[in-house]
Design a protein around this ligand. Structure first.
Ligand code: UDP
Ligand code: MG
Length: 157
């Protein structure tokens, strides 16, 4: 099944939101197949936010991502990339809908609690950026039959 990458940002770690955020994904039925806490180096951040390094706010973004560790999480499920982006909400948390993670937990466009891969292609690259192969776990869910219908289980295998 499809995989996507989440980073629980330092602002969420500081505010004690890690558990709430992980719980949302678990409750939704996304399977956690990788999970670790880490500090982000200058090089890793530059690569991860390559599309933003020239923007005036990059120094602030960089500092905010290095002030505490992040929790990287690889989630698996049918159409996981799109589903997780919907759960996260738009970049500016003030505009993010209530019920989304950013909409419920943040007032900021920068300190917006989570990162989520924005496309299937980027998810593949980002998962490799944050996890070695032996840090990802391929295990059977005991409740797959109750999470997906028969046709979906075949379609999204
Ligand atoms: N960001 C910011 N100001 C902006 C746009 C983005 O501080 O005007 C930060 C914000 O933390 C965001 C991150 O840069 O989550 C990456 O931006 P992107 O456009 O990729 O948004 P995302 O995919 O996180 O919604
Ligand atoms: Mg992005």
């Amino acid at each position: 099944m499809e995989k996507t990458l989440i980073l629980i940002k330092p602002n969420a770690i500081q505010r004690g939101l890690m558990g709430d955020i992980v719980t949302r994904f678990e409750r939704k039925g996304l399977r956690i197949v990788g999970l670790k806490m880490m500090y982000l180096t200058d090089d890793l951040l530059k690569e991860h936010y390559a599309h933003l390094v020239e923007r005036p706010f990059y120094p602030y973004l960089k500092a905010s991502m290095q002030v505490a560790p992040v929790v990287a999480c690889c989630l698996e499920g049918a159409e996981a990339v799109e589903t997780v982006r919907l759960m996260v909400g738009v970049t500016n948390s003030r505009k993010a809908l209530p019920g989304t993670i950013r909409g419920d937990f943040s007032m900021s466009g920068e300190q917006n609690v989570v990162h989520a891969s924005d496309s299937i292609e980027n998810a593949l690259v980002e998962i490799k950026r944050f996890f070695r192969d032996d840090e990802l776990f391929d295990y059977e869910s005991a409740v797959t039959h109750f999470e997906y219908g028969g046709e979906e289980s075949i379609k999204f295998k």
